[in-house]
Write a protein that binds this ligand. Sequence first.
Ligand SMILES: [Zn+2]
Length: 164
Amino acid sequence: MTADRPTGTGPVPAPEYTLERPPGCLVEECDNPRTWMRGVCKQCFMALRRSGDLDAVALPPAGKRQRVVGERWMDYAGYVMVCTDTGVEPEHRNVMSRHLGRPLVRGENVHHINGDRADNRLENLEPWFSAQPAGQRIDQLLPYVATFHREAVLDLIAKAGDAA
Ligand SMILES: [Zn+2]
C-alpha cells in the first residue's frame, strides 16, 4: 500500500500498487481471507458466539464503525473494497478509473485477467464493456466510443486510410 491515500475519481496518475492481501479473519489459527463480522470469518464468528468468547477476542467494537479513508478490506465475494474520500467502492474499479482519469461510465466493467478478484494491480485489470441488456444498437454505442475511445478510433481510421 502506498502512502498516498486513494481519492475519488479525479485524474490521478496510475497507482503503483504493491498489493498485499487484506488481513483476513482475526482468529490466529484461522487462515480464512474473508471476514464476516467484527473482523472474523463467519465460521469463527459462529463458533465464538456459541462458546461465549466473542468479547474475549481483541475485535473491533461491534456495530457500525466509521470507515477511514484508505482502509481496505475484502468483501464476502472476495472483492477488495476501499474507502475513498468520496465513499466506499470496489478497488478494481477505483484503480481503473484513476488510470483512465475519469469515472467509469455505465456499461464499463473491470475484468481481473488472472481471475483473482483481490489482485488489483493495474496490469491485472482490463476494461470491458457490456451493456445491459446484452447487445446494443450501433447508434447507441457510437457516442460512447467517440467520447472515450477517440484516439483509438482515429488510429484505426488512419491505418485504414494507409491500407487503401
Ligand atoms: Zn476464521
